[in-house]
Design a protein around this ligand. Structure first.
Ligand SMILES: [Zn+2]
Length: 428
């Protein structure tokens, strides 16, 4: 986390504000503007934590504040501590503490033993702009609360950031879900991460998600999620990157396409390659179409790249797909409340019926892909290579990036969609 100070703006300031709100030092919702209210809240936080009152988010302050983003802290057991007592003291539950400490015997806690104490609030926020930094903190937080989930680094972005997959469930059949191929469609990162958190929370409680028994689902099918395919592009759009070589390069690229607003119109990776036009599924045809539209060089959107899978993020997803044996995939995008299910005349077994089932669950319309964007997408390539069901789910309506105010509506449609997708995958 860089040092943040008065008048800074953007997604990283929202992380700071979220930490101050969750710890009780700031009210309202994070607006991404480091103004006087944020500064005085930060000074109060610093005073109460025995830190120099700089009014800046410096390294020492961040070390204390980040636990409120990750949603847990580590406690050294003192005489008389019990899971029950700690749950009451920190506003959490015994179930949550037990889940986070599978090796600790609640009846034989040792003085000096270190345990993880989750706070009572959910880890994944649905009210702020997303960034690579935020997702890394949230994944750390989910892993601490639910240590049985698998995490795997599947590759790196242009800026050398880790692309991380999480694995939930023990079933043989696998559903692969990914979000934010397109930078200004990042709202699906919190949608998919919130689903993961709600599913895990239901699992440890022995509860339900979308009407389904979470433990039964967990045993029948495995969910694999890459919540942030394009971290550098998302950071560009949300203002988490505002300087440096790659930022300057993106500004220069955007100047060649003055009709596209910058950075809000940016869909590509940070080098100007559209990651969902990178897959070897009639890539040459996609190239002809996009070149005819004027996208002949790196661009905020619609440039197919010099060849298929030259962008590291697309290559990582393709490689991860090759090395696994996914039974079904869903790629999340935004615009239209639509589900695309077809590629050319491929008809994977069950794909139409499952598409209709996802449509009923979400209220989204099942449609054929428009001709101008019918090639070189991840879903297209998955269907071509595997002849298995693959879907592009287009959430929300409006102009990209969709305002975070749409989060609740989008989530409400997609929790049942994802539960249905897991059930359908289990039955394949
Ligand atoms: Zn998209």
């Amino acid at each position: 986390m860089p040092v943040l100070r008065i008048n800074d703006r953007g997604a990283l300031v929202q992380i700071l504000q979220l930490g101050l709100i969750r710890s009780g030092y700031l009210s309202g919702s994070p607006d991404g503007i480091f103004g006087p209210d944020t500064q005085s809240a930060l000074r109060l936080f610093q005073r109460n934590f025995g830190l120099p009152q700089t009014g800046e988010l410096d390294a020492a302050t961040w070390a204390q504040l980040q636990r409120f983003i990750k949603g847990y802290f580590t406690k050294t057991v003192a005489r008389g501590d019990t899971f029950w007592g700690l749950a009451a003291q920190y506003g959490t539950s015994v179930v949550a503490i037990r889940a986070a400490n599978p090796g600790a015997d609640p009846n034989r806690l040792q003085i000096g033993q270190r345990i993880t104490v989750p706070f009572g609030f959910p880890v994944v926020p649905g009210n702020i702009a997303y960034s690579y930094e935020l997702v890394a903190l949230l994944l750390d937080g989910l892993k601490a609360r639910y240590p049985f989930i698998g995490t795997q680094v599947i590759g790196q972005s242009v800026m050398d950031r880790d692309l991380t997959a999480i694995r939930i469930g023990t079933g043989e059949n696998t559903l692969f879900v990914n979000a934010s191929f397109h930078a200004n469609e990042w709202i699906n990162t919190p949608v998919t991460l919130t689903f993961a958190e709600n599913y895990l929370s239901a699992y440890v409680r022995g509860g339900t998600i979308g009407g389904a028994d979470a433990r039964a689902l967990f045993e029948r099918v495995t969910l694999i999620l890459v919540p942030l395919v394009n971290p550098d592009g998302v950071d560009l759009v949300t203002g988490a990157i505002t300087s440096g070589f790659f930022y300057g390069n993106a500004v220069a690229i955007a100047e060649n396409y003055p009709a596209i607003p910058f950075p809000s119109g940016w869909k590509a990776n940070i080098e100007g390659v559209d990651l969902n036009l990178q897959f070897p599924a009639n890539w040459e045809r996609a190239r002809e179409i996009k070149f005819a539209q004027g996208f002949t060089s790196p661009a905020p959107r619609d440039f197919v790249g010099e060849a298929p899978l030259t962008a590291p993020e697309a290559a990582a997803i393709a490689d991860f797909t090759d090395r696994n044996d996914f039974d079904m995939i869903i790629a999340y995008h935004t615009q239209g409340n639509i589900i695309y299910w077809k590629y050319l005349d491929y008809l994977p077994p069950e794909s139409r019926r499952i598409g209709e089932s996802l449509s009923r669950a979400s209220g989204y319309t099942l449609e054929l892909t428009p001709a101008a964007s019918a090639y070189a997408g991840y879903k297209d390539w998955f269907i071509q290579e595997n002849n298995r069901p693959g879907y592009t789910v287009e959430t929300g309506r409006g102009s990209n990036p969709l305002p975070i105010a749409q989060f609740s509506t989008i989530y409400a449609a997609n929790e049942p969609l994802l539960v249905t997708a897991l059930q359908e995958t289990a039955a394949l």
